[in-house]
Write a protein that binds this ligand. Sequence first.
Ligand code: GLU
Length: 274
Amino acid sequence: MITRFAPSPTGRLHLGHAFSALTVLQVARDMGGTALLRIEDTDSTRCRPEYEAAIQEDLRWLGLDWPNPVRRQSDHLAEYTAVLDAIAARGLLYPCSCSRSAIKAAGARPGWDGLVYPGTCRHRPLSDARPGDALRLDLARALDQAGPLPAFTEIGPLHAGRHTPDPDQLIGLIGDPVLRRRDSGDPAYHLACPVDDAAQGITHVVRGVDLWHATFLHVALQALMGWPVPVYHHHGLIHDASGKRLAKIDSATSLASLRAAGATPADIRARVGL
Ligand code: GLU
């Protein structure tokens, strides 16, 4: 059993991350497995090395340690490019120059994860790619090639059971995902995450329920690429007193500020209900 905690170094860790990291380690311990730390830093516009150092410091302070070396996504860019090339060779990628406002103006409908891309650029061949274009997966064609989608097992408390992604629902509510980001050319989360889960032999993905719908897309990508489908465990999210989900910009709940105010690791566990 191998699982992972996969924070993005885009800000300081807060109580929600502490809950997630502690849950990952608890699930690994309960199952006699191993928990890895993975730094998800492919978004070069938002990730910073000082945040990565702060993540390590906060986790060490909480008393959590991980096998070394830690996988840092920016050290593996060639692997994401190789997978993109393989998907491109199957005729499943197209270049997209649409901005967020163009997508809105095209009448895009809201889906599981923001607006569903209306397919404006879907007719464009890859040979037409211009510098700065995003690369999108033609999801309907990809699902055709993937064949029947496998069921995945969810062991988290909120959605426990077996779930099979439905192709029509994926097309209607997720749409063609960006696999290489616009402008920066960085690999997108929906590409890097399943690539890494396969590369690291992750058998159990433990993460927040905010990524529940992403899992349906990740399972489709796993089927497309012939990668194993892990078991999933989506845990609940930590909210503030007003019921809002915690965010990195809200420094009041950052582990660093709580520590500075005198909190102990035991206080943090208590605050997240562990
Ligand atoms: N890097 C993601 C985040 O910080 C987590 C991704 C995952 O666990 O799959 O929200």
